[in-house]
Design a protein around this ligand. Structure first.
Ligand SMILES: Nc1nc2c(ncn2[C@@H]2O[C@H](COP(=O)(O)OP(=O)(O)O)[C@@H](O)[C@H]2O)c(=O)[nH]1
Ligand SMILES: [Mg+2]
Length: 210
């Protein structure tokens, strides 16, 4: 089924950490990736809004978890970027533990989009994210971002390499190219979100806000 209109997505709230997320009901798809991978740009491109998710040339700025709603009870979650070099080691570990817990415990989480710069994909933390999601039976869409930075031959080669590598996780992991600049892969992203959102419909009671 199609028909989800991502253009009407609106900001709901920010949470300082995973323990402060809103009630765990409805359907959630989270976006994760290293700082500067192009996550905010992808969300803006998906929703056709220039500054829904703030984009920044300064990596690591977005420290909050930002929640957006596509429709009542259907959310997109912008997770803080990981791997930012200037964050103290202790904070990094704390955040990694919190992320792992979120992936394991959040019932409404039905899909994870992991964004990786096509020129530097599958760094250690990226692999860890994929592995955590697979372990928690959460389907993954890997977007190889900034595809416009490579010529089309190099792009396809990189896509095939990452696809091959992703098989080693032995889970539901799909890999696609993406470019916010050139609007590459936007339909692939929409189709995947449609699939995840439509697989889980919300019952009236589940959706009640009391
Ligand atoms: N060439 C190119 N640059 C991009 C693309 N997407 C994002 N960027 C740039 O990469 C930097 C980081 O993007 P941002 O969306 O803020 O990344 P985030 O930290 O993952 O949210 C910014 O300077 C963007 O302009 C893309 O598709 N192509
Ligand atoms: Mg961002």
């Amino acid at each position: 089924m199609s028909g989800w209109n991502y253009h009407v997505t609106h900001f709901v709230t920010s949470a300082p950490d995973i323990r402060h997320l809103p009630v765990d009901s409805g359907v959630e798809v989270a976006f994760a990736g290293r700082s500067n991978a192009g996550k905010s740009s992808a969300l803006n491109t998906l929703t056709n809004q220039k500054s829904l998710a703030r984009t920044s040339k300064t990596p690591g700025r977005t420290q909050l978890i930002n929640l957006f709603e596509v429709a009542d009870g259907y959310r997109l979650v912008d997770l803080p970027g990981y791997g930012y070099a200037e964050v103290p080691e202790e904070m990094k570990l704390k955040w990694q533990r919190a992320l792992a817990e979120y992936l394991q415990k959040r019932d409404s989480l039905k899909g994870l989009v992991i964004l990786m710069d096509i020129r530097h994909p599958m760094k250690d933390l990226d692999q860890q994210m994929v592995q955590w999601a697979v372990n928690s039976h959460i389907p993954v869409l890997v977007l190889l971002t900034k595809a416009d930075k490579l010529a089309s031959g190099a792009r396809k080669k990189q896509l095939n390499l990452v696809r091959e590598h992703s098989q080693s996780f032995e889970g539901d992991v799909q890999v696609e190219m993406f470019s916010s600049l050139k609007k590459i892969g936007v339909d692939k992203l929409k189709n995947k979100l449609d699939e995840w959102f439509s697989t889980y419909s919300i019952s009236a009671g589940d959706n009640a806000e009391v």
